[in-house]
Design a protein around this ligand. Structure first.
Ligand code: SF4
Length: 272
């Protein structure tokens, strides 16, 4: 319990202090929020944390190091204490998927809730004023969400300005539109191709998780209806279809990231 003792004449009472936490996902919005609050001198009580699944990209860890330097405070690394492979076994080998997102619960939300315990807590969330996403990442009644970007009217151009003036933008945004595990099933097909090109070893590891049920022939793949090998085989058409979707007036890669994340179904604790 996070508390302090206050003496009042002859009596001493124990008062529970409200904690202030800010979760860094390795993505741009949470990073920008941490920097924004620090630059405004609003960071004194903030505890930073990162839920580490052990399956993150190397670039995420590099970015967290840069952030730690800028923030001049440690970023607490939270973990479920077990590997993804361990959890996968617990879930009978069923790969997580958008409709069965056990990975977020056991590798992100539960470590966060253990970190907070029963302490009253304000959790700062980096949803911007120009977004319409839900921001609640935990259902614990002692965790209250706070949205400084929404309150202060901060939009995407502000986020990029904040990052460009401080720690920069994570390198993986050049080929991927969000943070998270290297095998995240929310990746689009062209992002899997980006993984194969930028981290061939991780792409190979992700392939090892795909299975065919020998009895039914049913495929258990990361991408619906397609193995990762097939994704690579269709590389040209996947790339050209992704380019067509982006098309015409969207020019800057920053704009491309933002466009691709509209209506983002991924969990905020992983990607924000
Ligand atoms: S990043 Fe993707 S795979 Fe990793 S915990 Fe989040 S939803 Fe699951």
């Amino acid at each position: 319990m996070n508390s302090e003792k206050l003496a009042n004449g002859t009596t001493t009472v124990e008062v529970q202090r409200t904690r202030h936490i800010l979760g860094l996902s390795g993505g741009k919005d949470s990073a920008a929020l941490a920097i924004y609050l620090k630059d405004q001198g609003r960071d004194a009580d903030i505890e930073y944390f990162f839920c580490d699944t052990g399956s993150e990209l190397r670039e995420v860890y590099d970015y967290l190091d840069r952030l730690e330097d800028y923030l001049a405070k440690p970023i607490e690394r939270l973990s479920s204490g077990r590997s993804f492979d361990h959890h996968l076994k617990r879930f009978n080998g069923f790969l997580p998927a958008p409709h069965a997102r056990w990975c977020t619960r056991v590798m992100k939300i539960e470590p966060l809730e253990a970190f907070v315990g029963t302490d009253p807590c304000v959790s700062y969330i980096g949803i911007r004023a120009d977004e319409h996403r839900q921001g609640y990442i935990s259902h614990k009644p002692n965790i209250k969400a706070d949205y400084p970007f929404i309150d202060d009217g901060i939009v995407k151009a502000d986020v990029f300005r904040i990052l460009e003036d401080s720690v920069g933008i994570p390198d993986y945004y050049r080929w991927r539109s969000r943070s998270g595990c290297y095998f995240c099933f929310f990746q689009r097909r062209d992002e899997w191709i980006g993984l194969a090109e930028n981290h061939p070893d991780l792409f190979e590891q992700a392939k090892q998780y795909e299975k065919v049920d020998p009895e039914t022939g049913k495929l258990f793949t990361w991408v619906q209806g397609m193995t990762l090998n097939e994704v690579l085989q269709h590389k040209d058409e996947i790339r050209s279809s992704a380019a067509n979707k982006r098309s015409t007036k969207i020019l800057a890669w920053q704009d491309r990231i933002m466009l691709e994340n509209e209506d983002d179904p991924a969990c905020l604790v992983c990607t924000l």
